[in-house]
Design a protein around this ligand. Structure first.
Ligand code: UDP
Ligand code: MN
Length: 319
């Protein structure tokens, strides 16, 4: 048992902003961290990207959770990372990304926090690797096992994410898909839309199965590679984003994961794909908005669930 203390701590990060008086968000953090700690075999350093009020609230919640579960306090260290100062530092880049990747009808995702992950090397400059997780999750597996996926990264993999489990990118690409009927972009992962090599080589050859895009609720980030990635940096440009969103006729609205999905269209090797079990998304909004017939082709995940993600405000069931 005591061995645990001699294992190096794993670095995890949560974004926790606008937390004051937001009791729903606070409850999510309680459930996320409580379940995380219960199943972790490794000591953890939790980097809380928040403001002073938020850090105070989070510290209380996490202390309570540790006491309630009779957890050894030495296993968890909290680190305060100031979001306030950072927002002004990245304002210009965020404004650029927002211009292309937010939608008036979905203003929720226009908050700068939804773009923080691009700048993790500046937010957490001292770290080599970090797992960034949403707070609307419940952890059922050992986070050390998730962390071990870093060992499987290829030299080109900068970050790891599970696929998006809804047809949201199929929808955002509907104009492009009409013009390119053989494309695999936006298609469901298990069934190939087209096995032919016709069409754009860049998508039909590389994504042999459909590529539904990525979900950024759980991100394994190699900070060093992010800092050095010329590919990712090249996307922070007005002309690049103009060309790209025009080429794919892409109207994003979900923040960072839209850009990761766009980058993956052209550079799939930048990303490591995590098993669906590590970010099982519960949102079924698209099932009831035009995609009932094909929804399950995206949503099916037959693995043992390790992280359940109650995205789009979906309640996570007790069991
Ligand atoms: N978040 C936050 N404050 C907010 C809204 C979101 O700190 O007011 C953080 C929180 O970590 C959350 C993440 O941003 O899990 C992403 O938002 P959300 O999970 O609501 O998006 P979804 O997964 O539903 O797309
Ligand atoms: Mn979420």
């Amino acid at each position: 048992e005591n061995d645990l203390l001699y294992r190096p701590p794993l670095d995890l990060a949560f974004i926790f902003t606008h937390a004051k008086d937001n009791f729903a968000l606070q409850a999510k953090l309680r459930s996320a961290v409580g379940s995380l700690l219960q199943h972790s075999s490794a000591p953890l350093r939790l980097h809380l990207i928040t403001d002073e009020d938020g850090f105070h609230i989070a510290s209380e919640i996490i202390t309570e959770v540790q006491a309630a579960n009779q957890l050894d306090l030495r296993y968890v260290k909290l680190v305060y990372v100031s979001a306030d100062d950072f927002v002004s530092e990245i304002r210009e880049s965020v404004d650029l990304l927002r211009k292309f990747l937010t939608h008036r009808s979905n203003a929720y995702y226009s908050d700068p926090l939804f773009f923080f992950s691009f700048f993790l090397h500046r937010l957490l400059p001292g770290l080599d690797r970090v797992i960034l997780m949403d707070v609307d999750i419940k952890v059922k597996g050992d986070i050390a096992e998730l962390h071990s996926h870093f060992e499987r990264f290829s030299p080109t993999n900068v970050m790891g994410m599970a696929l998006e489990q809804t047809p949201s990118y199929r929808h955002m690409l509907s104009v492009y898909r009409k013009a390119h009927p053989n494309t695999t972009l936006g298609g469901p992962p298990t069934f190939s839309n087209s096995l032919s090599n016709a069409g754009d080589a860049r998508d039909t050859l590389v994504h042999r199965h459909g590529f539904p895009g990525y979900n950024s609720g759980v991100v394994l980030m190699d900070i060093k590679k992010l800092r050095e990635s010329k590919i990712i940096a090249s996307y922070m440009s007005h002309s690049k984003l103009t060309n790209l969103t025009q080429h794919y006729n892409f109207h994003g609205q979900l923040g960072d994961q839209d850009l990761y999905t766009l980058i993956a269209f052209d550079y799939p090797d930048v990303f490591y794909t995590l098993p669906c079990s590590w970010n099982r998304q519960l949102c079924v909004w698209w099932r009831d908005h035009g995609y009932k017939k094909i929804f399950n082709e995206y949503w099916t995940c037959n693995e043992e669930l390790k992280i359940i993600h109650g995205n789009c405000k979906t309640q996570i069931p007790e069991d």
